[in-house]
Design a protein around this ligand. Sequence first.
Ligand code: ATP
Length: 512
Amino acid sequence: MNEDKLFQNIIAHAKEYGFIFQSSEIYDGMQAIYDYGQNGAELKKNIREYWWKAMVQMHENIVGIDSAIFMHPAVWKASGHVDAFNDPLIDNKDSKKRYRADVLLEEYAEKLRQKAIKECAKAAKRFGDSFDEEMYRATNPRVKGYLEEADETMARMARSLEGGNLADVKALIEEKGIADPVSGSKNWTEVRQFNLMFGTQMGSVADGASAVYLRPETAQGIFVNFLNVQKTGRMKIPFGIAQTGKAFRNEIVARQFIFRMREFEQMEMQFFVRPGEEMSFYEKWKEKRMAWHKALGLGEGNYRFHNHDKLAHYANAAADIEFNFPFGFKELEGIHSRTDFDLKAHEQHSGKKLQYFDPELNKSYVPYVVETSIGLDRMFLAILSAAYREETLEDGSQRTVLRIPMALAPVKVAVLPLLKKDGLPEIAREVLRELQLDFNCQYDEKDAIGKRYRRHDAIGTPLCVTVDHQTKEDQTVTLRNRDTMEQSRVSIDRLATMVSKQVSLKSLLQVL
Ligand code: ATP
């Protein structure tokens, strides 16, 4: 199946099985705004919990907060968002479609890199075991050419954007002959900067309402509370503050389902360190965050690091963890060394000191910050797309199954009486009541058992418990595994323990 078709199937599946709906669908929806349905809300909550436990519960020196979406407008002046949270936008005059100029160039460079990869793969086949890829990349003129052009394009774009030379960004698009992906036209407007923050009014207009913003990131709520948390929590550097919450960005190009939304949720952690020690923590957090991802078992080859060519105004090092989405490798999480930029800026704008007295060094300083920042919705999409399988079984029948990491599955156990009679539903409900104390369960007695298994495969339920006539005799039930489809007989007494072993978050947290 081609990637486009696969992605369309995943989107349709997400809707059909109550994971994700277009917002305000009965009014024809809104672009890049989505609602999570009954199964989506559970999966999202479980991902959030996995993150929170791994970051806060498992680290003595990290605490979590929940700051407000609205913040004093001066926060966004200090953080640089009012002046610099812009995307370079370009319109195609023929198709009237709008694009991010930097994305057009990034895609161009990625195509060149893909060509180089293809050439290497062809050569590897040709040369067999004696193939030395590193050498080939460095010496083969064609491969070298592709890679050099990709790097040069990215470097020139970074220079032009940093220097505010938007005319050169347009010139670069034209020189590379980049066409509108929809119409093929190369008839472009000038490149302009576009601020991504949503603004609104607080207070009634008669009162003299003040302009406020919906936060474009959760991080600033952490920075402005840095001293509150440090003092009340008696935190000692190095320490971290974490939070999850909504963020809003008026994205220019909002395509690709929940990958790029205008309202989304972030999970961020700011780690405060001594100035000069940030690089070792930056490396450590890159490693730790990658381990968090890989523990999910979605495939080691689906992740890669990408170091930023163009650093944000606050960073001295930055890398993305990219995931292999159905539309290719794209950013899933960012790890940034943010220096003391934010705390210093807030000191200047607020006139308040935001310093830490380090008893070991016997002096005060503005800490440096290493940040890990992941989009919850993007993580959701990563899991959903890696989990989605259309399988042909041994008997030739088909099933669609979501192989969601068991600990994150929306429903952990389905309890199913084999028949709707002979006292089986009553026993099943008793089993359900017991399991419900620990796990999100569903009771289902409608349709043949095979059909019920398929329904639960489709929403990723890891375990199905079936109550049958034998249950009445020996207090055992069958426990069916979603992935292997194997069934084993388990006594009702041991059921909760057996289920817990397979679906508890513990199994993920233990390996971190
Ligand atoms: P991108 O380059 O894709 O626009 P970004 O570099 O601006 O992302 P950050 O500001 O570093 O993103 O935000 C941290 C994380 O928040 C991203 O890695 C991503 O997972 C998530 N995120 C950012 N923007 C969006 C969005 N519009 N929709 C969904 N998730 C988002």
